[in-house]
Design a protein around this ligand. Structure first.
Ligand SMILES: [Zn+2]
Length: 480
């Protein structure tokens, strides 16, 4: 933590240099994220935003919060004592930073634990594979399931298989996820994770293995929530790391018969408690009008949930902290919501929308940071014309960070989906997620992967956003 006076004294030329250095570093990694000099001065001409930027770009607000959460709590699986600890951490952190109206809103969630998990090729070339259970998967028999394996190049190939063709077999679904800055490859690749077990069970399979939904080539499997259909037999499903999936692909390419022994000792824990933790900076003139910035507090269990979504927690809490420390007084209330049980199906998001349904008309604007810690390159509005106009009116104020208006509609982020559906205006600060799915839901999602410079830019962007949204004359909603 720095002293405020010191930070304010930082000259604009130093700041410009820092930003330029940041660009040069990123340029080596990914040419797509280089800021365009023509629109990026590195310094805001708006005196209030300049105060916020001086704090955010020279401090370690978000980074410190994310370090605290991922170090002092670590993994935070929904419904577990670890997630409860994270809620206590969040309340204490809000208190320490000077927030008001700190509260937890509990809700029920289905408890689930991973347990021992192994996979071995037993024929034709016996060897171990690196596997993990998908979230919510039922267990194999305790000693495991040994069965011949049917190969599918992708999810569509599985759908083309006739009913009964997988009787007594393990279905293996390969298929790679494409790498994109905005994560566009995730939706298509995720179908096998979500519905693979149901579709394979319909065709008679006893278990499923998928190539991990991810973009890395490391020997880490990617977990993630799966779903069962009500009326179809529930069979276990696991994900293989990408190199292990490659290994299987090579054996199938040799036209060999493959047999695998799979053991996933998962446990259904029945109903458990999760919760949303929230706190506010009360507005001075319109305290009933709410600007909501959120992130999710829960994580998967294998890593420490740093990019997903410890980073988001740091970014939104850090941005609100910057606003408080700046001495600027927002007219509208800034509410920071840390959602519980996002990973297992947006359970906290739906609980929030239900608990606050009488208050949603006063939610002026809502957004979530849940796409890692990469640099922000775009600002995108929700679908309503007034929402678009309100965001367009402020978008030029983000150019100093290299953030440009982005076309298309946003739903505000995963936990904002229920609010968006209820008509709450939304906005999204689009992060560069090119490498996000290298780490997503793996044991490798740890704090060392977070770039403090990119975190500073994120915190500056969110501080700019909440200040402008609080000051805006727009209510971002279409007239009824
Ligand atoms: Zn997430």
């Amino acid at each position: 933590m720095f002293l405020v006076s010191k930070r304010i004294l930082m000259t604009t030329s130093i700041m410009a240099l820092m930003l330029a250095g940041c660009d040069a570093k990123d340029a080596g990694k990914n040419s797509e994220v280089v800021l365009k000099p023509a629109v990026t001065t590195g310094v805001s001409a708006n005196p209030e935003i300049k105060i916020l930027a001086d704090l955010a770009l020279n401090g370690s607000y978000g980074y410190d919060i994310t370090r605290s959460l991922t170090t002092e709590i670590g993994p935070r699986l929904a419904g577990t004592p670890q997630e409860a600890k994270a809620r206590r951490w969040a309340r204490n952190k809000f208190k320490e930073l000077g927030f008001t109206r700190i509260r937890t809103e509990p809700f029920p969630v289905k408890g689930w634990l991973r347990g021992l998990e192994t996979a071995h090729i037993t024929k034709p070339y016996p060897q171990r594979l690196v596997v993990t259970a998908l979230g919510g998967s039922v267990a194999t028999p305790k000693a495991g399931t040994k069965a011949p394996v049917a190969y599918f190049a992708d999810y569509e190939a599985l759908l083309a298989a006739p009913m009964g063709s997988l009787d007594g077999k393990i279905a293996y679904i390969s298929g790679r996820m494409e790498k994109h800055r905005d994560g566009a490859g995730y939706g298509p690749a995720n179908q096998k994770r979500r519905s693979g077990a149901t579709e394979a069970a319909k065709r008679g399979a006893v278990a499923v293995l998928i190539r991990s939904v991810g973009t890395d080539s490391h020997r880490f499997p990617h977990t993630g929530q799966m779903r069962y259909a009500e009326d179809v037999k529930k069979i276990p499903i696991g994900a293989l790391s990408s190199p292990d999936a490659d290994q299987l692909d090579r054996i199938f390419a040799m036209d060999k018969d493959v047999e695998i022994k799979l053991r996933l000792n998962t446990r259904d824990l029945g109903e458990k408690i999760s919760g949303n933790v929230m706190a506010e900076i009360r507005g001075t003139e319109k305290p009933d009008e709410i600007i909501l910035i959120g992130a999710h507090l829960d994580s998967w269990d294998m890593g420490t949930g740093a990019v997903d979504d410890g980073a988001g927690v740091g970014i939104v809490m850090g941005a609100a902290q910057v606003l408080m420390e700046s001495g600027l007084k927002p007219k509208r209330t800034i509410r920071v919501v840390l959602f519980g049980a996002e990973e297992v199906g947006l359970v906290g998001a739906w609980a929030y929308a239900e608990a606050h349904k009488d208050e949603l008309a006063q939610h002026v604007l809502a957004t979530e940071s849940d796409f890692g810690a990469g640099k922000i390159y775009g600002i995108q509005a929700g679908k309503m014309p007034a929402n678009k106009a309100g965001i367009a009116a402020m978008s030029a104020e983000f150019k100093y960070l290299g953030i440009l208006p982005k076309d298309g509609d946003t739903n505000g982020g995963p936990d904002i989906i229920p609010l968006d559906a209820a008509g709450v205006p939304t906005v999204r600060l689009n992060q560069d997620g090119t490498d996000y799915f290298d780490l997503h839901h793996t044991p490798d999602d740890t704090f060392d992967k977070i770039d403090p410079k990119a975190m500073q830019q994120n915190v500056a962007a969110y501080a700019t956003l909440i200040w402008l949204a609080s000051e805006s004359d727009s209510n971002f909603r279409d007239e009824k």
